[in-house]
Design a protein around this ligand. Structure first.
Ligand SMILES: [Zn+2]
Ligand SMILES: [Zn+2]
Length: 196
């Protein structure tokens, strides 16, 4: 049975694996950013993401910027902030999601969600929470952009392109490590053990 979601949102859900608030937000963010940039060729883009959240999967599914292609750069500031730039010119847009700033400030929603996920709600409470969660997702899908996030223009150097295949062995475990990722001759695995 169709849930009445837009087909491209269904495609995002198939990629992400579940329906949640932040995948809905990521869908809105990605759509708005691509519209603001006049629907650029994905091959020319690089995205920088401030959070390792569900929203990032919408960004990967919709804008063609993916971690594997290295045109999605995690810069984990912990902000709900996402930037797209033309990889050569650095011109693009930044989206900051301010909706979460005032969402659930007393933690009630999240606390109920934890109990819901843990099957700790009675049937009536669970039904009420499911309905509220569903309403919120539909609200995020339909709310005016300005209620959810702000978009600003960016004109800055794009993140450096990571690439190259040269590597050197770690002095401790002997495993080969991509250039620039050894610290004092040690890989991150061995360094972390030694310096902890
Ligand atoms: Zn999710
Ligand atoms: Zn090592």
């Amino acid at each position: 049975m169709s849930r009445g979601f837009p087909p491209d949102f269904e495609r995002v859900l198939a990629f992400h694996g579940h329906l949640c608030l932040d995948i809905a937000m990521g869908y809105r963010v990605a759509q708005a950013a691509m519209a603001a940039m006049n629907h650029p060729d994905p091959a020319t883009l690089v995205a920088t993401v401030g959070g390792d959240t569900c929203a990032v999967d919408a960004i990967q599914a919709l804008t063609g910027c993916t971690f594997g292609k290295r045109n999605l750069v995690p810069r984990l500031t912990g902000k709900h902030a996402y930037t797209w730039q033309h990889a050569r010119t650095g011109v693009g847009v930044r989206v900051y999601v301010h909706y979460w700033d005032r969402f659930d400030t007393d933690g009630t929603f999240r606390a109920t969600m934890r109990r819901w996920k843990g099957d700790a709600l009675g049937p009536e409470q669970a039904a009420a929470f499911t309905a509220a969660h569903d309403r919120l997702i539909r609200h995020i899908l339909e709310a005016p952009q300005a209620e959810l996030f702000r978009i600003t223009a960016v004109d800055a150097p794009p993140p450096p392109r990571s690439g190259g295949f040269s590597a050197a062995p770690c002095a401790a475990c002997g495993e080969y490590v991509k250039d620039g990722r050894l610290t004092d001759g040690l890989c991150a695995d061995c360094g972390a053990q030694e310096y902890r």
